[in-house]
Design a protein around this ligand. Structure first.
Ligand code: F6R
Length: 640
């Protein structure tokens, strides 16, 4: 069951299982992380109030990272709007990097004050965060004392957790013992990679941390672990369904008597009951689920769709599907044809052709198209081949770069460009100012406005290189510079009306028949998600206009994930030559090549990832029984 109304389940006790064969930890799945965070904040608030009414202290174990941010926002809201007091609250944070100065913007000390403590009435003496400035020889005693303080406070009433891709809770990395207490630990390389974007590079991420232990966490009376996004789906599945193992420390929570995993749909997507529900219980066979099941079956038994037999269906928990559909023979043909109809070399529609079984309309033959690209390069990385076809097939293609992408340009690159500019204009105060501020920049300092402008301009010039190469006139290339992005930091502002106005203005001007947008729900720091919300918000605001009745929205995925065959509604094949052309278009984005700053957790360069992924989609289509293409770009339609 996917929860949508938090009031329905507020305070639902842990341990109430629906059909959850294979699952060993109670979990609740929400439509999105905001709804889920509200529930968690409500549970915490109720506990604080209950304790206050009994004149007791409420001892909270707190986490940092991206997962708990909305829970803290909600708690601050409850404090400001509903008078929730934290006067009786004592907090202990799970961990802190070591060494780390509390004033450093990457410190967990800074994080907790920025997101929670500065906005509530907690007594400063009741706040405990491991101290990242402690001398090496004092760390051991410091950790013993931290444990003692928790004990003296009466033990943790509640512990909030996130989960790392290594399966860590707190900073208990693989290998942590179930009896471990607060201690110093060496961070796993994967954990450091994940932190690299907020530290502007892995080299700046500390190698060590101080963390509460597994036994400290397990002693908490109540534990809630939060996980959002596809990036966490694999580790969540292992933690919930795998065997208890020190290699995935979160599995230790299987032995906690009152632990709940609170998940959004994406983080839950690898759980057996979500991924392959037919293996868990009887299911309602929607058209999408049928496709999902049959493509899965075909992969499982290594046979193309048309070779699947009644026995294959029966052997893999899908007998009820055959009962509903008749024989495997008819079902196979239906699903096969459906998949074949997703393939088109005419992403803008094929003029003068029967379009009843094609993904796009044949009319108008020449369409106006806007390709929204969150960063200045997602257009070519994610749909360079389709982009090329749309232009070649004579459509009026507009490219709209939603953000400037300025924080992803390295100081070295910016300096190189500034020095070239200086050679043309040695006395320019502006250029000299830019050079001096880059040279004198302290580690992790925010760039000056001029440096940010230069970095944005570098990406703009690269983008124009690529759009010209693909034949788009400059006046059809739009740099929206959405304001939410312009903080100079990894942490961005929330989407505002100003952002939506900019989006609406362009759509209203172009009046497109097709909009392409990045349907990417996971990137290392959420910009794609915000950009998608901006597209949805604008489309929603404009939907009363006549021209919007004629506008179809197609979602491609950004640099991190790809649609699965059962989700794909338009598959655009590419020839080997088109693959090479796309690669060259990506190469124009030189600042994002080689030592790219925001690599995410994949060491391959963007063009390699793009090619691997397009080749993989083609392979999946071939294995299902389709023609063998070199590469395929995939899209899913968004109905507004
Ligand atoms: C933070 C902590 C870590 C994080 C985990 C997930 O205090 O202890 O275990 O909870 O690394 O981080 P995010 O939420 O950023 O994915």
């Amino acid at each position: 069951m996917v929860m949508s109304n938090y009031k329905e389940i507020a305070f639902q006790p842990a341990g109430q299982f629906e059909e959850t064969r294979f699952e060993k930890i109670h979990n609740i799945i929400f439509e999105n992380s905001l709804e889920a965070s509200k529930i968690v904040a409500y549970e915490i608030a109720a506990l604080i109030r209950k304790k206050a009414a009994a004149n007791e202290k409420c001892v909270l174990g707190l986490a940092t990272g991206s997962s708990p941010i909305k829970v803290y926002e909600e708690l601050v809201k409850l404090h400001k709007e509903e008078g929730l007091s934290f006067a009786n609250v004592i907090t202990f944070n799970l961990d802190e990097y070591w060494p780390m100065q509390p004033k450093n913007i990457q410190s967990y000390h800074y994080f907790m004050h920025e997101h929670l403590f500065n906005h509530i009435d907690i007594l400063p003496e009741n706040v405990h965060i491991p101290n990242g400035t402690i001398q090496p020889e004092e760390v051991y005693q410091y950790c013993v004392d931290y444990e003692l303080k928790i004990k003296e406070a009466g033990g943790l009433d509640f512990q909030l957790l996130g989960i790392g891709r290594t399966g860590h809770i707190g900073f208990n990395e693989p290998g942590s013992h179930y009896n471990s207490s607060t201690r110093s630990i060496t961070l796993d390389h994967i954990t450091r990679e994940d932190a690299a974007s907020s530290f502007l590079g892995i080299d700046n991420v500390p190698k060590k941390a101080i963390t509460m232990g597994i036994s400290t966490i397990k002693k908490a009376k109540r534990v809630i672990l939060l996980a959002w996004g596809e990036g966490k789906a694999g580790v969540v599945q292992t933690a919930v369904e795998g065997e208890v193992s020190s290699q995935i420390p979160a599995t230790y929570l299987q032995h906690h008597h009152n632990a709940t995993f609170v998940l959004d749909k994406e983080a839950a997507s690898e759980l057996t009951r979500i991924k392959t529900p037919w293996l868990v219980s009887s299911c309602v066979w929607t058209e999408e689920l049928k496709k999902k099941a049959i493509f899965w079956l075909s992969d499982k038994v290594s046979k193309p769709i048309l070779k699947l037999t009644d026995k294959d269906y029966n052997d893999y928990g899908m007998a009820s599907l055959l009962v509903e559909e008749g024989s495997a023979y008819e079902l196979n043909i239906k699903i096969f044809n459906g998949l074949q109809n997703t393939i088109t070399g005419w992403p803008g529609g094929k003029p003068n052709a029967d379009d009843s079984k094609r993904p796009e309309r044949s009319t108008p033959a020449k369409k106006r198209v806007i390709i929204f690209s969150p960063h200045p390069d997602d257009d070519v990385i994610s749909m360079g081949g389709t982009f090329d076809r749309l232009v070649e097939q004579g459509h009026e293609v507009h490219i709209a770069y939603q953000t400037s992408g300025n924080i992803a340009v390295s100081d070295d690159d910016a300096l190189r460009f500034a020095e070239v500019a200086k050679s043309m204009s040695p006395d320019s105060t502006k250029i000299n100012g830019v050079i001096t501020s880059i040279q004198n920049k302290e580690a992790n300092e925010i760039d000056t406005l001029d440096v940010r402008r230069l970095k944005g301009d570098i990406r703009k010039a690269e983008s124009l290189g690529a759009t010209r190469y693909l034949g788009v006139p400059d006046n059809q290339v739009h740099f929206l510079n959405l304001p939410f992005y312009e903080t100079g930091k990894v942490k961005k502002n929330n989407l505002s009306q100003d952002d939506l106005d900019i989006m609406c203005e362009l759509i209203d001007k172009v009046k497109p028949h097709q909009i392409y947008a990045a349907g990417d729900l996971a990137d290392p720091h959420g910009t794609h998600k915000v950009c998608l919300d901006a597209v949805f918000g604008a489309v929603d605001a404009l939907k009363g206009n006549d021209y919007m009745n004629d506008c179809w929205v197609w979602l491609y995925r950004g640099a991190w994930f790809e649609w699965q065959p059962y989700e794909i509604e338009m598959a655009v094949p590419m020839s080997p030559d088109q693959v090479v052309k796309k690669r060259h278009a990506i190469f124009y984005h030189q600042s994002q090549k080689d030592n790219v700053m925001f690599q995410g957790n994949d060491a391959r360069e963007f063009w390699v990832r793009a090619e691997d992924r397009n080749r993989l989609t083609a392979e999946k289509y071939r294995n299902l029984g389709m023609t063998d293409y070199a590469a395929i770009e995939a899209f899913k339609r968004y109905h507004f």
